[in-house]
Design a protein around this ligand. Structure first.
Ligand code: ASP
Length: 581
């Protein structure tokens, strides 16, 4: 090794030892008689001391070194007179005897400090420098710990890690595929996997019984904030299991990660049906760190000549405790919030239960005090509470109020990133009707099994069929999702038919899976965790980018290597993507 110690490990017990350290020059301070350098590596910072009186030549040399120079120094560990209790090496410094400059550095375009002065784009362009900063390094190390612990835990349960191919076949379901032209097969394309779904199911047919893979997936979706075109899943599949077995196994993994990574013990995860989640939270990924449950108000809100309520399919509200003192301005802010195009509501009705016992609302013209109190009773509202009401088509009103609920939770400080509230959402609908294309889509994916008791409804009332599908939701974030699969060719065929595939199409796209089902497919089910998001949640951040070493920006670009990029006409010709003129 070029060094005897790291920059994070020397302390008072090493005083008097001769050491060699290597690292980057973080900062230097020239105090006339003395010069100090902070030397940094992955493990910490050690102070180097140079004395003008005892070694003027070396001191002069030290003063000329710039930020981020790579140094190797030899010296003796000495107790500091000015101790720094904030860092583990703060009791000591190195009286340097020799410096070797291993490499120079240009002045970095932003400061390599916890609070950098560099903007997002600049730090992305010089990501290798950004990765030197402590907060980023800690995130990457957290990710490492999460993946090692996941591997160990699943290995302990007999899961086998198996790699599945990246160059596969494009399929019409799900998101858009990234495609790769095949040079050797003119006019044909591979697709990058959106997930290893069909392969892991085939592995069950092959008898591997418990599979997992920490695997990159690719989806060419329109970019929303904090989505990455390539992302990582902890992908898993098990044979001979019920839904409960899968939930228990992965609740175990999640709890293990909470314990070893965050040192928190979380109680058993509650299980909530999709229908319940929609009715009381307006979302299939409810943030249950706080209550503020929806209350449906049709019976007390309709029939008062207020057209907005009378015409609505659903009138629904939430009660924000202690917010009756909200000012006109604050209420206007909330109204503007729900009217933003992303939410798209027409307006917001409020009822204030004032501290002096009076009741005031934005619909006083239609609702007398008694009617308003009736609304209040539905929420058990007390003096000091503010009720916020929305109305419209059921799903739309629920979705809009859900956004408002989250906003109120945020405003009231009820969404602490260090509090974790996991739950399983179960019993999802199997299918989702798409107005535009006038057809059903699989809500999860086409391989998810319907509940046995609903199979008869598949052709007669497909919209009412419940699936053996589940999501793990933590703090309003969908952390993982999976299902018990169809493992019978006939049922799978029926499912494809409902999804609008002709027999030939189904055969062409998924013939390999249908065929495999005829060679002794065991009952099986699985799950996949969004690993980047899981890491960001454990790290207490909203941004998944911070947990990916080399992420893409919001436009899907890697601004460091400048990808995507054009390719040469020779390459295009070789791939037969253009014809030679
Ligand atoms: N492959 C599914 C997904 O990526 C997860 C699963 O069903 O296991 O969402």
């Amino acid at each position: 090794m070029l060094r005897t110690h790291t920059c994070g490990e020397l302390n008072i017990t090493h005083v008097g030892q001769s050491v060699i350290l290597c690292g980057w020059l973080q900062k230097s301070r020239d105090l006339g008689g003395m010069t100090f350098i902070d030397l940094r590596d992955r493990y910490g910072i050690t102070q180097l001391a140079f004395n003008m009186d005892t070694n003027a030549e070396l001191c002069e040399k030290a003063r000329k070194l710039g930020r981020e120079y790579v140094l190797s120094i030899t010296g003796n560990v000495a107790e500091r007179s000015n101790k720094n209790a904030k860092i583990p090496t703060g009791d000591i410094e190195i009286i340097v005897e020799n410096i070797d400059v291993l490499n120079k550095s240009k002045t970095p375009p932003f400061t390599i400090e916890d609070q950098s002065d560099g903007g997002d784009e600049l730090r992305m362009k010089y990501r290798y420098l950004d990765l030197r900063r402590n907060p980023v390094r800690k995130n990457i190390e957290l990710r490492h710990k999460m993946s090692i612990e996941t591997r160990n835990y699943l290995n302990g349960l007999n899961f086998v890690e198996i790699e599945t191919p990246f160059l596969i076949k494009s399929t019409p379901e799900g998101a858009r595929d990234f495609v790769v032209p095949s040079r050797m097969n003119e006019g044909e394309f591979y697709a990058l996997p959106q997930s290893p779904q069909t392969f892991k199911q085939l592995l069950m047919v092959s008898g591997y019984d418990r599979y997992f893979q920490i695997v990159r997936c690719f989806r060419d979706e329109d970019l929303r904030a904090d989505r990455q075109p390539e992302f990582t899943q902890i992908d898993c599949e098990m044979s001979f299991v019920t839904q409960d077995d899968v939930l228990n196994t992965f609740e175990g993994l999640t709890k293990h990660l909470f314990k070893v990574v965050r040192n928190v013990d979380v109680p058993a995860f509650p299980r909530m049906t999709y229908a319940h989640a929609m009715k009381f939270y307006g979302s299939d990924k409810p943030d249950t760190r706080f209550e503020m449950k929806f209350v449906e108000l049709n019976d007390v809100a309709k029939g008062k000549d207020f057209k907005v309520f009378d015409d609505a399919e659903l009138v629904v509200g939430i009660c924000a405790n202690g917010c009756s003192e909200y000012t006109r301005k604050q209420l206007d802010e909330l109204t503007d919030f729900v009217k933003r195009p992303q939410i798209g509501a027409n307006g917001l009705v409020y009822v204030k239960f004032n501290l002096d016992g009076t009741v005031k609302s934005s619909v006083d013209k239609f609702f007398n005090e008694e009617s308003l109190k009736k609304i209040g009773e539905k929420f058990d509202a007390k003096a000091g509470d503010l009720i916020l009401i929305m109305a419209g088509a059921t799903e739309k009103a629920q979705r809009q109020l859900s956004e408002l609920r989250l906003e109120m939770g945020e405003r009231l400080g009820l969404r602490d990133p260090n509090v974790f509230s996991p739950l399983w959402v179960v019993d999802f609908p199997l299918l989702e009707w798409d107005e535009e294309s006038q057809r059903f889509f699989a809500k999860h994916h086409p391989f998810t099994s319907p509940k046995t008791e609903d199979i008869d409804l598949l052709e007669t009332n497909p919209g009412a069929v419940c699936a053996n599908a589940y999501d793990l939701v933590i703090n309003g974030v969908e952390v993982s999702g999976g299902s018990i699969r169809i493992f019978n060719r006939d049922l799978q065929n029926r499912m494809f038919k409902i999804l609008g595939f002709s027999e030939e199409e189904a055969k062409k796209q998924f013939g390999f899976l249908l065929d495999a089902f005829e060679y002794g497919a065991p009952p099986h089910g699985g799950i996949a965790f969004g690993f980047d998001r899981l890491c960001s949640l454990f790290g207490g951040s909203e941004s998944i980018r911070d947990y990916i070493a080399f992420p893409k920006n919001n436009a899907g670009r890697d601004v460091m290597i400048d990808a995507p990029s054009t390719i040469s006409s020779a390459q295009l010709e070789e791939l037969r993507l253009v014809t030679k003129i």
